[in-house]
Design a protein around this ligand. Structure first.
Ligand SMILES: NC(=O)c1ccc[n+]([C@@H]2O[C@H](COP(=O)([O-])OP(=O)(O)OC[C@H]3O[C@@H](n4cnc5c(N)ncnc54)[C@H](O)[C@@H]3O)[C@@H](O)[C@H]2O)c1
Length: 440
């Protein structure tokens, strides 16, 4: 099949590459010429496990190409996937300008039947807006080319995106056009060979499903974070509680980890956008208001613990910070808790020496030459002479440090662990004072 992927970011690049991997002829288009240059020179603008080799393989096979040429992009695919960003607008609603610009672009240029697939996370009703935007462009050209609009929200996780796309739990398709439904079934057939994973529904339900999934996951995280804070106050251990409830199959193990709050490019904006939609309809979701408020507070929980131990004035303090990305296995720092933690420490006069296996270039881009942050080549280098270690992202390489070496490198024997990575007894046996989330 000929497929055009509009937007070559975390979702578009992974989706386009995986669709090429199963034999489709994929053209990825982006308005960011720099990104397309990197890709055309054999580079990969993001960090995603397994992606680089898969891109190289499919480019070499001639099934995957990258362009900024909008004419070529619209001409190429019968299927036009829209995978552009939907960042939060000032009022919390999803900013639809990129999705609608992509739709208008198609309408302005198409000369044969197209299936336009909304893969971006978009508010309920967006498919109608996309349909209207294309219709308006066609009308102004005086043509009546047929097209269909489909909702196909994406559930991949950064850090495991290739694996998630190649082996999806489910594929949600919202559509009412028979020809489009048949095409979407054909597109996803290679990804569900052992059993049917395609859930066909109406467009509005498909659009809402994506927000419902992210809102539910964010709710679990905030719930655990609030419980962890209560455990702190009660002298209970949230890790025991987590095991005690996760073992109940009705609750399950996933997304029950207390920490420094959720971040990333999806949960914060999607929770806000869903709440905005609900509020506009006069039905605000009370639970989501609490989820968001709990998350904002949680991002600073570790800083509160640092202040409780070292005092409010941190001038002259230097902290080693492990982990900048919002989660492991990605270089994405959008809405990462590290940003707020670093800002709060810097506001109190502290300096940070950070280490992250892949997100340091992104951090350098975000912080520029800000004087309060420097970067270390290794986790141990970050520790040298620091007043404390702060663990923010649960990268695998942070899980089993040499605590004696850690103790020897630090100026003060303090570890603030925002991800509950360590066994408290083990850390303390090395002569370190250990602070984590919800554990005595
Ligand atoms: N990142 C995730 O883990 C994830 C998971 C599921 C769903 N989503 C959703 O997918 C969408 C994309 O997210 P992302 O993280 O890939 O965003 P991103 O910012 O990484 O990529 C978006 C890309 O679209 C490009 N773009 C913008 N307007 C364009 C246009 N008119 N034509 C061509 N390209 C254009 C941008 O230059 C950018 O490269 C969002 O709606 C997001 O909520 C993201």
């Amino acid at each position: 099949m000929k497929i055009t992927m509009i937007g070559t970011g975390y979702v578009g690049l992974v989706t386009g590459t995986c669709l090429a991997e199963v034999g489709n002829d994929v053209l990825c288009v982006d308005v960011d010429a720099h990104k397309i240059d990197i890709l055309n020179q054999g580079g990969v603008p993001i960090h995603e496990p397994g992606l680089e080799a898969m891109i190289a393989r499919n480019v070499a096979a001639g099934r995957l190409r990258f362009t900024t040429d909008q004419d070529a992009a619209v001409a190429h695919g019968t299927l036009q996937f829209i995978a552009v960003g939907t960042p939060p607008d000032e009022d919390g609603s999803a900013d639809m300008q990129y999705v609608l610009a992509a739709a208008r672009n198609i309408g302005r240029r198409m000369s044969e039947f197209k299936i336009v697939v909304d893969k971006s996370t978009v508010p309920v009703g967006t498919a109608d807006r996309v349909r209207a935007a294309i219709a308006e462009e066609l009308r102004s050209r005086g043509v009546d080319t047929p097209y269909a609009v489909v909702s196909n929200p994406e559930f991949l996780k950064e850090g495991a995106a290739v694996e998630d796309f190649m082996r999806p739990d489910r594929v949600v398709i919202g559509a009412d056009d028979e020809r489009a439904i048949a095409m979407m079934r054909a597109v996803y057939a290679p990804f569900q060979r052992n059993h049917e994973r395609l859930l066909l529904m109406d467009v509005r339900s498909a659009e809402l499903t994506k927000y419902a999934a992210n809102a539910m996951l964010a709710t679990r995280i905030s719930f655990m974070n609030e419980l962890a804070n209560l455990a702190d106050a009660l002298g209970a251990d949230i890790e025991h509680v987590r095991q005690g409830i996760g073992s109940d199959p009705r609750i399950g193990w996933q997304f029950l980890y207390p920490g420094v709050g959720y971040g990333g490019s999806c949960f914060p904006k999607d929770v806000k956008a869903l709440q905005h939609t609900a509020t506009e309809l006069g039905r605000p979701l009370q639970i989501l208001g609490a989820v968001e408020a709990a998350n904002e507070a949680q991002k600073l929980r570790l800083v509160e613990k640092i202040v409780a131990r070292l005092g409010a004035d941190l001038a002259g303090c230097r902290f080693a910070l492990w982990g900048l990305a919002f989660k492991p296995n990605t270089d994405d720092m959008r809405e990462a808790p590290s940003l707020e933690i670093i800002a709060a420490l810097a506001a109190r006069g502290a300096r940070i020496v950070a280490y992250d296996p892949v997100a340091m270039p992104e951090a350098q881009r975000v912080f520029g030459d800000a004087p309060h942050i420097a970067y270390a080549a290794t986790p141990m280098d970050a520790l040298a002479g620091a007043d404390a270690l702060i663990v923010v992202t649960e990268w695998k390489e942070f899980r089993s440090p040499d605590f004696d070496a850690l103790r020897a490198a630090l100026k003060q024997p303090l570890v603030f662990d925002g991800r509950n990575l360590y066994e408290p007894a083990l850390v303390r046996a090395a002569g370190l004072e250990y602070f984590s989330i919800g554990r005595p």
